[in-house]
Design a binder for this molecule. Structure first.
Ligand code: HSE
Length: 306
């Protein structure tokens, strides 16, 4: 096999209380990529469609993660990467992670799978880091493993796969404004109050338990963020109105997707998720800010060959 086409999915990181450690995978949106072996040694970005991103390998997220993997192998050929980008950079649904994951996943397949997903995460972290100016894997892990994941550690990389209740749906609204991850990290405090930390880790623990036991009531009770949301929500126009409308329409919880501006809601059942979609739509329709909105099942597969 010399060429492979893959789908690299969008993801929601943090999931309210799990800043930098929790995430889940979406199936409604993702990037397409083609990875191809080439006689010339090295990594080459040969095509980018959808958004204006750098072709220089060292400046491109997919290129940097590919290089991290390429430097760990010894082969007498190289790889070309084509990126068909559907996930808008700076949208908060793991655009850079999808690129970083896509290149290493595709190369690994063409090489006969010498690396496992944990090792692929370690390579992809290098690409993700050039977009957000820090190393984290809460978008990468769900894109690679699918479903919900918990990043136990990034050094060494340790990813825990968390089960997904089958009737859980996400509603995602993406206001068409850009918030750079580096900027929305800059507004966060360096220290947190112990009382807030206690609330947060109690919510993370109970959220994980709820996912393991299909306990939707506990899930609803756990989807709170007292540390990050109060600072970042100010960057997202009409955030509080969206959250109010989402909860009123019956969602289990609503929070900032990754570093924003996208906002996610989780609901039990497709019908509620669609009701939440309509309620949120009404809020944003009045603002004059362009947006797109979709409902997604939790994607338990992650990045895949198409
Ligand atoms: N955990 C990261 C953040 C995800 O919220 O900054 C976005 O890359």
């Amino acid at each position: 096999m010399n060429e492979i086409k893959i789908f690299s999915p969008a993801t929601v990181a943090n999931v309210s209380c799990g800043f930098d450690v929790l995430g889940f995978c979406l199936d409604s949106v993702g990037d397409d990529m083609v990875i191809r072996k080439t006689d010339k040694k090295g990594i080459f970005i040969t095509k980018i469609e959808g958004f204006d991103l750098p072709f220089e390998t060292e400046l491109n997220v997919a290129g940097v993660s590919a290089l991290a993997m390429y430097n760990a192998i010894d082969v007498d050929f190289g790889f070309e990467i084509e990126i068909y980008k559907n996930i808008k950079p700076g949208s908060g649904i793991g655009s850079s992670a999808a690129s970083a994951v896509g290149s290493v996943f595709g190369m690994n397949e063409l090489l006969g799978r010498p690396f496992n997903k944990t090792q692929l995460t370690a390579f992809a972290i290098k690409g993700e880091a050039i977009a957000s100016k820090c190393e984290h894997a809460d978008n990468l892990a769900p894109a690679l493993f699918g479903g919900f994941t918990l990043v136990k550690s990034i050094n060494p990389v340790q990813i825990l796969e968390i089960p997904s209740p089958t009737d859980l749906y996400a509603t995602i609204i993406h206001p068409q404004i850009e918030i750079k991850t580096s900027e929305s990290r800059a507004v966060l405090p360096k220290e947190v109050a112990l009382a807030d930390a206690i609330t947060q880790w109690s919510n993370v623990g109970s959220l994980i338990h709820a996912l393991h036991t299909n306990d939707y009531n506990l899930l609803k009770d756990s989807l709170h963020d007292v540390i990050v949301e109060p600072h970042r929500s100010k960057l997202i126009p009409h955030y509080d109105d969206v959250k109010k409308a989402s909860l009123k329409a019956g969602s289990l919880g609503c929070g900032i997707s990754g570093s924003g501006p996208s906002i996610f809601s989780l609901s039990q059942g497709l019908e509620v998720a669609n009701k939440v979609k309509e309620a949120i739509k009404l809020v944003y329709a009045e603002t004059g800010i362009a947006f797109d909105i979709h409902v997604s099942k939790i994607n338990t597969e992650g990045v895949k060959i198409v």
